[in-house]
Design a protein around this ligand. Structure first.
Ligand SMILES: CCCCCCCCCCCCC[C@H](O)CC(=O)SCCNC(=O)CCNC(=O)[C@H](O)C(C)(C)COP(=O)(O)OP(=O)(O)OC[C@H]1O[C@@H](n2cnc3c(N)ncnc32)[C@H](O)[C@@H]1OP(=O)(O)O
Length: 267
């Protein structure tokens, strides 16, 4: 992407910064004065940007990140506080942002600092989280008289188990990076100053693989949350069989036999 294209993309957005680094899309939440509190404008820009990346043949993976101090400190309390029950229920607030979990290409959340409430939920909507050693995760909504509202109770429980999820949601306590890794919430912890670099490296590695294989790998792993084991194993096996219809499978296995790096077509 040329600098002018990148500047144009950035001009489209006020609450995020959108960049392309090789075959990786990088989205940085950009509301530093509010610790990247997630308001409607930011979420709509985020969904729009990652949807464009998802259909861009030149992008194979996405990284979403925030600032050193905050990935996102939650939903924007000031925007939310005056809403009525019927305003929330009639608009079914947050439903549309579940689209973030339906992207085809892999998404990595690079988390430094606070990932609280909606910020933790947004990170858990990614395919995996790389955390800086200063990261603090939490679902402290109970302090505000509410509960998680964008999948937090469901994804946190599946990620760390009932005991820790219940502890965090009922007490509102934060979980540091070490506990988050130990609990399975994050895939790895790196020095905070290196988290974006590490996430970009992981995303570049993913984007260098076969795109159809990466897309279906994400799909079958996520299916484990929705299917029984026997059904999931059959689904995985059928998808494995289907990859033998791709050029990338032929190229990947031929490259191994010929002792060379594969040149995937990424389509
Ligand atoms: C219905 C309308 C649509 C809503 C918008 C769309 C949302 C999309 C996402 C949906 C998420 C689903 C719902 C979710 O489950 C519910 C929530 O997330 S509720 C919020 C949960 N988060 C919190 O409770 C954390 C609140 N913040 C804090 O506790 C502290 O800020 C901190 C993170 C511990 C840091 O403390 P400090 O270092 O002391 O910093 P400050 O407190 O001074 O904060 C600096 C500055 O940022 C502002 N700010 C921080 N967090 C938020 C926030 N969540 N919303 C709005 N503003 C926030 C804070 O007010 C300060 O601003 P200033 O006062 O200086 O102007």
């Amino acid at each position: 992407m040329s600098i002018s294209e990148r500047e144009r993309m950035t001009e489209q957005y006020q609450n995020i910064v959108v960049e392309q680094r090789g075959r990786v899309g990088l989205v940085t939440l950009n509301r530093p004065s509010a610790l990247n509190a997630l308001n409607t404008a930011l979420m709509n820009e985020l969904v729009s940007a990652v949807r464009d990346m998802d259909t861009d043949p030149g992008i194979g993976a996405v990284v979403i990140t925030g600032s050193a101090k905050a990935f996102a400190a939650g939903a924007d309390i000031k925007e939310m506080s005056s809403k009525s029950y019927m305003e929330m229920y009639a608009a079914d607030w947050f439903r549309h942002w579940e689209d973030l979990t339906r992207l085809r290409i892999p998404v990595i959340a690079a988390v430094s600092g606070f990932a609280l409430g909606g910020g933790c939920e947004l990170a858990m909507m990614a395919d995996f989280i790389i955390a800086g050693d200063n990261a603090k995760f939490g679902q402290p909504e109970i302090n505000l008289g509410v509960i998680p509202g964008m999948g937090g109770s469901q994804r946190l429980t599946r990620a760390v188990g009932k005991a820790k999820a219940m502890d965090m949601i009922l007490t509102g306590r934060f979980m540091d990076a070490e506990e988050a890794e130990r609990s399975g919430l994050v895939s790895r912890v790196v020095p905070a100053a290196e988290v974006i670099e590490e996430a970009l490296k992981a995303a570049e590695a993913i984007a260098s693989k076969s795109k159809p294989a990466a897309m279906v790998a994400k799909e079958v792993v996520n299916a484990a949350f929705e299917m029984g084991l026997a059904q999931g194993v059959v689904f995985e096996r059928r998808v494995f069989h289907s990859l033998f219809a791709t050029e990338d499978q032929k190229e990947g296995m031929a490259a191994f036999s010929e002792k060379r790096q594969p040149e995937f077509k990424h389509r």
